[in-house]
Design a binder for this molecule. Sequence first.
Ligand code: TRP
Length: 364
Amino acid sequence: METKKKPVLVTGDRPTGKLHLGHLVGALQNRVAMQNSGKYDCFAFIADMQALTDNAKNPKKIRESVLEVALDNLAVGMDPKKTTLFIQSQVPELSELTQIYLNLVTVSRLERNPTVKEEIKQKGFERNIPAGFLIYPVSQTADTTAFGANFIPTGEDQEPMHEQGREIVRTFNSIYGDVLVEGKGVFAENKACLRLMGLDGKAKMSKSLGNCIYISDDAETVKAKVREMYTDPDHIKVSDPGKVKGNVVFAYLDAFVKPDSFEKFLPEYKNLDELKAHYKRGGLGDVKVKNFLCDVLNDVLDPIRERRRYYENHIEEVLEIYRKGSEHARAVAQATLKRVRDAIGINYFDDKEFLDYYKNKFKK
Ligand code: TRP
């Protein structure tokens, strides 16, 4: 019996450091849930070529982060039995696809990509933008189309990439025939998870701003970071009324509280609304809310830590998982690339039509 082809899911992480709680709620939890649903043919990779586009002078950082990101993925529950886990640079077909797609976008369209624009500002490139960096949305389109991605679970900041990717797919298909698949971004449903703010409450959590809790932080570190978290500067005495909006502790509770969190750790309250109401009214101290947040976070992180410890002690197994996954990913990408080359007609040596046409044409 022929098995029906499942929709394809593709997602990736840039290895520029360890992954943090913003990644966890913004992308990883969704990725794991979709994997575990069994409904998709899943690919999750480490985008080291993309990381090099703005870190060419710091290859050591990328090399070290590849392993950290691999451990983070396995720790949160990505499972090599259910997902092809691979490393981008080990699938050189992606670079060839990128080269082909580059002819289908203009420099000005690339310069208009809002995420790229924002990053250019943030990284202080001004007019010295590495060419490889400017075109990474094109390489990202290769990453997804090589596997025929229907769904691309990412942080919502990636939507401009998905949009640009779909444009490239449509342009390609309209010129060369219907070969590539358009992918759709999938984002966290809980709005509080979309842009988790940093510990300082100033911006979203980001490695480069140093305002992160890492997925791999131990319980002590998490506790120390929560203690430092920005709350409401006017909430001085316990009896003072407090603000919930802009208060990092409550922003994290919005993202992390589960239906059973109160029963488990703070049974005097039924739910988050009750806790917030008390805080706003006055009479609820920051320390108590912070302790609750620590419990909630550690409840999520404990099983992740345990799996991470296992893989940290089995690095050979980790490398083997990614080696095998990269081989499989490569075979899939090769098949797509063949169809792409056939469609464009750059398949001279295995195209009988090409041979016959010219044999006839020059026949005397
Ligand atoms: N740009 C993504 C990020 O920074 C990482 C990434 C690279 C990616 N290639 C991808 C995500 C393909 C999804 C699909 O998070």
